[in-house]
Design a protein around this ligand. Structure first.
Ligand code: F3S
Length: 753
């Protein structure tokens, strides 16, 4: 295990540390004294402090040291801008950035890519130069979708990775625990802070039997989603195991893990096996495969390992499924689908079939899809609906172009889109139906919430395997079941489609296609990061100021928010996402969705200096200009929802000092601490009612100490002052964040010492 094997073929000097992982595991084993499942092994072998870390599934917060970070281009912008403000010369953990989310599908791959390069030029230039500067691998637009590139190049068995995208778990197909996070978490790991995760529960899925005919790996996750529902995996890792595993291809396992995000799972993972070895060899990483074989005993569950829950699936009995519309957990087996279409009055005509995406664009997927298309072409018929093909990576595109599948899919009627997210993330200039017109589409993607693909709330989006997408697109109707129904050939003669076939891996090896990777240069010091001062999409972040060491007196309440205040109320998405790399511009959405308890309205608060009502961000800006710090009063579970870091950055940027609530959603609370804000809670939640929006408050910041409450003195507009006790969850390290102005400032300070 002392061998030196590099983590990937693109970076030098980063070795797989199975020796250290195994050492950590033996420490944890001697403490827990019980068999471990594989998910636990991966996590516990990456503990920052295996000796001292408290470990209880579903309870403790693990401090972890991931092997890698991956960011897509939309989320990478703010993550890198924040990282830059720490003043470090290079990322501390190997990191890559992938340009996949900003390419709109309109007329086909080449031209769509050229248009995206034009529209997003300043974002791409910023990412390319900042990656070069800070030693980050940069995958240019056209290289492919983040999760496919990670599987092809970076994932390895037993590794731990975080990625700023919800489908990061795709890499579980290669035995990696790959977890989707918000940008703030990525920044921590890039800056060498340990990463915190609540010790997940582990749900086991035991597979027996063997897939055959029209059933594919996708059907496993479609079925599991039906069983567990969109919430069933929350706080848990889904661990697949059992004799059925070895009958699946590595990329098929990737598909299953990818879509585990749809059931809310922290991640999904498969144990190391020969199919993974084959895939590593095919993607030019035989040395990693051989090394993993040496460490194989720790790359699967221990004998007798237990799961918090167990699902058993016999693959020999599994039917192909179609899930949807509007939710990925509404699972219907193909034999019952036609009845479900009629009973629910779903539009039965199929308008569009879409294959590919990060979920289902492997060589195997494309080969099977092409085998069905070829069968149809041999009978003289083609797609009856619009048909699109999204290769997951340039490597896949080039390989299926060389081997002929792409031509077959085009002959069948397919439009080949760019190697990017495209319609999967709503980057689709759809023209065939009008907004509001009910219609059905079917894809091999993972997510089908209302409006996701084409922003039309009346579109019924279904998800299934690429095989069924091709078959139904050929029939042009949702009422077709290729296992039982006949089609008519060009002469009107009836025939049945053959079940799909296709190689798992290309027998001639992968064709890498065009060179789309930018390695960081040797001389990084001379690189300057491209951000135009006049840009409205990007802005360099200045480090936040350190605490002045004083109590904060006579502060106004910017808003006393009442009821639900989610991160969406604090920092709205939609059109604002355009400004996600420009903190000052996006701050114009700060708290515009929160309800003011004074008037029951959103985005209308009183500016105490003028007496006028104005928008929340405008009022905060006015206070900031006048040098007045302010606080927010919030209700229960303030900051629930997505982990969006902008919701913590914006109040800090506009001069806020503290957010005082009845309670916090934990991630938002931590995000606020990271940005140097004070998230505080009323020790007695009823005190929330005693505060009036017009009151002023004094905060005794000098009292801040671990486990000690803080005093707030309230000065009502009319009436006697009174005090209120506030609680907090700061630990020693986090108090330093507050004192230094942010977690990043703290990191920068440490690095410069
Ligand atoms: Fe992109 Fe859709 Fe995957 S947005 S990362 S292709 S889930």
């Amino acid at each position: 295990l002392q061998k030196k094997v590099e983590m990937c073929n693109w970076e030098k000097g980063h070795y797989i540390n199975y020796a250290k992982m195994s050492e950590n595991l033996s420490v944890v084993r001697s403490r827990l004294n019980r068999p471990l499942n594989f998910a636990e092994k991966v996590l516990y072998s990456h503990l920052d402090d295996p000796h001292g870390q408290e470990i209880e599934r579903g309870k403790s917060y693990l401090r972890l040291r991931p092997d890698r970070v991956a960011c897509q281009d939309a989320t990478a912008q703010m993550a890198i801008l924040q990282f830059m403000s720490a003043g470090m010369p290079s990322v501390a953990t190997p990191t890559t950035v992938h340009c996949d989310h900003l390419i709109e599908a309109q007329v086909g791959g080449e031209r769509d890519l050229a248009r995206a390069q034009d529209i997003n030029k300043e974002v791409y230039d910023f990412l390319a130069t900042s990656c070069a500067k800070y030693n980050i691998g940069f995958w240019r637009p056209g290289s492919g979708i983040i999760h496919q590139i990670i599987l092809e190049n970076y994932a390895f068995p037993g590794a731990l990775m975080i990625g700023t995208d919800s489908h990061t778990p795709n890499a579980g197909g290669l035995g990696m625990a790959a977890i989707g996070v918000g940008g703030a978490d990525a920044v921590d790991v890039m800056a060498n802070l340990p990463w915190e995760l609540k010790a997940p529960k582990v749900i086991g899925v035991r597979l027996t039997g063997e897939l055959s005919g029209w059933t594919s790996p996708k059907d496993i996750i479609l079925k599991v989603a039906g069983i567990l529902t969109v919430k069933g995996g929350t706080g848990a890792i889904i661990e697949y195991h059992g004799p059925g595993v070895k009958t699946l291809s590595c990329t098929g396992m990737g598909t299953i893990c990818n879509m585990g995000a749809e059931i809310g799972a922290t991640t999904s993972i498969f144990p190391f096996n020969d199919r993974m070895y084959d895939y590593l060899v095919a993607t030019k990483r035989k040395a990693i495969g051989d090394f993993a074989r040496e460490y194989a005993a720790e790359l699967k569950e221990d004998e007798g390992a237990e799961y918090d829950d167990l699902i058993e699936l016999n693959l020999s009995e599994l039917e192909p499924h179609i899930n949807g519309p509007f939710t990925p957990d509404l699972a219907t087996p193909i034999s019952k689908f036609k009845d479900a279409v009629a009973a629910n009055k779903w539009p039965s005509e199929l308008k569009v079939g879409l294959i590919g995406s990060c979920t289902n664009s492997s060589y195997e997927d494309m080969s099977r899809a092409a085998s069905i298309a070829q069968d149809a072409l041999d009978h003289g018929i083609k797609a009856q609906a619009v048909f699109t093909v999204t290769p997951g990576s340039e490597q896949i595109r080039a390989t299926i172009e060389r081997d002929g599948q792409l031509k077959t899919l085009e002959d069948f009627g397919g439009m080949v889109l760019a190697n990017a997210c495209g319609p999967c993330i709503g980057q689709w200039d759809r023209k065939d139906v009008k907004k509001g017109e009910p219609n059905s589409i079917i894809s091999s993607y993972n997510r089908n919430f209302t409006g996701r693909n084409d922003a039309n709330p009346a579109t019924h989006a279904f998800v299934t395997s690429p095989d069924l997408v091709v078959a139904l697109t050929l029939a042009g109707t949702l009422n077709f079941n290729p296992l039982t129904d006949k089609l008519k050939d060009k002469d009107g003669k009836e025939f049945m489609l053959q079940p799909p076939t296709g190689d798992g891996l290309p027998s001639r090896g992968y064709d890498p296609g065009r060179d789309t990777y930018q390695a960081p240069p040797e001389d990084r010091a001379s690189v300057s990061v491209a951000v135009s001062p006049s840009s409205d999409r990007l802005q360099i972040l200045e480090p936040f100021q350190a605490w002045d060491g004083k109590d904060a007196l006579d502060m106004p309440i910017l808003i006393k928010a009442q009821g639900k205040t989610t991160t969406d109320h604090i920092s709205m998405a939609g059109p604002w996402l355009k400004y996600r790399g420009h903190l000052d511009n996006i701050s114009n959405n700060m708290l515009i969705g929160a309800i003011n308890s004074a008037n029951g309205e959103a985005n209308k608060v009183k500016n105490f200096t003028t007496g006028d009502f104005d928008a929340v961000p405008a009022t905060a800006r006015d206070y900031k200009k006048k040098g007045i710090k302010w606080v927010v009063i919030g209700d229960w579970n303030y900051g629930e929802g997505s982990s969006r870091e902008h919701a913590a950055l914006e109040p800090r940027h506009l001069g806020g000092l503290a957010i005082i609530t009845r309670s916090f959603a934990r991630i938002h609370e931590t995000n606020l601490k990271k940005q140097g804000m004070l998230p505080l809670t009323f020790t007695n939640p009823e005190d929330y009612d005693k505060i009036q929006p017009d009151d002023k408050v004094d905060l005794m910041c000098t009292e801040l100490a671990v486990g000690k409450p803080m005093t707030m003195k309230v000065h009502p507009k009319n009436g006697e002052p009174f005090t209120v006790q506030l609680s907090h969850t700061f630990n020693e390290g986090q108090i330093e964040w507050f004192k230094n102005g942010s977690a990043l400032n703290t990191m920068a300070k440490k690095n410069s010492q």
